[in-house]
Design a protein around this ligand. Structure first.
Ligand code: BDR
Ligand code: CA
Length: 313
């Protein structure tokens, strides 16, 4: 029997976060989503928490949604409306969510859930800046050892940066939070740009989504069309990278991915390379391995998985 994993999705939707949430909610026999926690990132918190509720409602899910930190630990928030549009979810008009936000702070929810559930049974899935997770670890150090694993989208090594020449967006926005998480000792699986820049949509896949004829299929096609414009202009690639869905795909089908168990540290000082994930891919130091840093993905297998799962909603 396949093991059903308990997860908390920490997110800053974002069209690719949205597809990741849909994917997770499409696999209830494999993933038990205990809660969705919103963080400021692609757009400010007021929008990310709203967008998270819009997406859960689109999927017909009643998973609780919590709002978390509205700014990075030590820095001003940097957002990415230039990629995701003014709302963060441009590309498809969806109704305002009927279900309210849960009143507890996301950080409290993360702490209480980790204390309540058996140690080693809850996986954290961050899809945005790591502010909520780091705040939980700082506020309640007792929960750190109770986390089963953190599977996150962030960082880059061979692909280097997307928000600066050296840094990937999620890590750059809150490098101090990333440093706390990467030094926490929790087993980490990292889906960096090295993988997600291979997870490019194709025209045929977007049309396949649209032709599902479902509200979810139309939304996925509309969102992808929207942010494809930006990525096509920037990278000259045909499609857009579905960054965050790679996290959920890893949980559902880890064999699609390959990587190395290595040391990864975060640059928090240099103005030039702030937020860089310094990954010892070639193992040239004796710094201890703290992360499974993925480097490759079976792109066709990945999109088959996306298609099969999205069609279920
Ligand atoms: C990451 O940044 C955001 O724009 C995306 O949602 C993804 O989480 C990619 O660098
Ligand atoms: Ca994201």
């Amino acid at each position: 029997m396949t093991h059903r994993r308990k997860i908390i999705i920490d997110t800053d939707p974002g069209q690719d976060d949205a597809v990741a949430l849909l994917l997770a909610l499409s696999a209830p026999e494999r993933l038990e989503v205990l809660g969705v926690t919103a963080v400021a990132g692609n757009v400010p918190l007021a929008l990310t928490q709203r967008n998270a509720r819009v997406i859960c409602e689109l999927a017909g899910s009643s998973v609780p949604v919590f709002a978390g930190c509205d700014a990075p630990l030590k820095r001003d928030l940097v957002t990415a409306e230039h990629v995701h549009g003014k709302t963060g979810l441009d590309g498809c008009d969806l109704p305002e969510p009927a279900r309210p936000l849960r009143p507890e702070h996301a950080v409290e929810f993360i702490i209480e859930t980790l204390r309540r559930e058996a140690p080693g049974t809850v996986t954290l899935c961050p899809l945005g800046p790591l502010t909520n997770i780091a705040t939980a670890f700082q506020r309640a150090p007792d929960v750190v050892g109770r986390v089963a694993e953190i599977v996150l989208m962030g960082g880059a090594y061979f692909e280097v940066g997307n928000i600066t020449p050296a840094a990937e967006f999620n890590i750059y926005v809150d490098p101090e939070a990333a440093e706390i998480v990467f030094k926490s000792g929790v087993p980490l699986v990292v889906l960096p740009l090295d993988v997600t820049h291979k997870a490019l949509t194709s025209r045929a896949w977007v049309e396949e989504m649209r032709s599902l004829g479902t509200p979810v299929g139309r939304a996925v096609a509309g969102w992808t069309d929207f942010f494809e414009r930006f990525d096509t202009a920037k990278y000259g690639s045909e499609g857009a990278p579905l960054h965050d869905p790679c996290v959920i795909a890893y949980l559902l089908a880890p064999d699609l991915f390959s990587g190395r168990h290595i040391n990864v540290e975060i640059e928090v000082n240099s103005p030039l390379t702030l937020g860089m994930t310094v990954a010892d891919w070639w193992r040239v130091t004796d710094r201890p391995a703290n992360a499974l840093f993925l480097g490759d993905v079976d792109r066709d297998g990945l999109f088959r998985l996306f298609s099969d799962q999205i069609a279920r909603l």
